[in-house]
Design a protein around this ligand. Structure first.
Ligand SMILES: Nc1ncnc2c1ncn2[C@@H]1O[C@H](COP(=O)(O)OP(=O)(O)O)[C@@H](O)[C@H]1O
Ligand SMILES: [Mg+2]
Length: 160
């Protein structure tokens, strides 16, 4: 997968700014997004802030114990997965389910996508979040497919 750019945010407000621009870019056609990073990196925070700027009205919480939360009150349907429990439960066959959520017109955010069984068979955006200190994070953006590359290129232009 091609790395398009990296950016450093210094606090949660800057993460929100990044999420707001990202939300604007995906709000018409959606995207499938995998989020990587250690516990506490900010995968859920970024997802929550994206949903906020897509005008999702419900409180967005971590789907750790339910695997998926869905929100239908915003500009487009938002599906938020957390696959962390799959590893513990030995479930490795979620690729077909995820493929259902890779269609146009929805935003799907997947935390711990590395716990699904294999390389995902569709175009997507990958975001790697690295914890630097209490409030500082680096975000690395990767994209597969022309549409996703354009989104991430536009994000690069607009955010930094
Ligand atoms: N710049 C930042 N970006 C994202 N989260 C931040 C930032 N600074 C501090 N935080 C805090 O770090 C924590 C990240 O937790 P969370 O999003 O649940 O992580 P993850 O889902 O990756 O385990 C939150 O408490 C959030 O408020
Ligand atoms: Mg999380």
């Amino acid at each position: 997968m091609e790395k398009i750019f990296s950016t450093t945010v210094h606090n949660l407000e800057e993460t929100e700014h990044l999420a707001q621009i990202f939300a604007e870019l995906v709000k018409n056609k959606g995207a499938f997004v995998c989020l990587y990073g250690d516990i506490g990196a900010g995968k859920t925070a970024f997802s929550r802030l994206c949903a906020k700027h897509l005008h999702v009205k419900e409180k967005v919480t971590s789907p750790s114990f339910v695997i998926i939360n869905e929100y239908h009150s915003g500009d487009l349907p938002v599906y938020h997965f957390d696959l962390y429990r799959l590893e513990k439960e030995g479930v490795k066959t979620i690729t077909d389910e995820l493929t259902e959520y890779s269609k146009e017109g929805m935003l799907t955010l997947v935390e711990w996508a590395e716990f699904s069984d294999m390389e995902l068979p569709f175009d997507r955006i990958e975001i790697k979040i690295n914890y630097i200190d209490d409030t500082v994070r680096t975000f690395d953006f990767y994209a597969l497919g022309d549409y996703n590359k354009k989104i991430v290129e536009d994000l690069k232009q607009q955010c930094c």
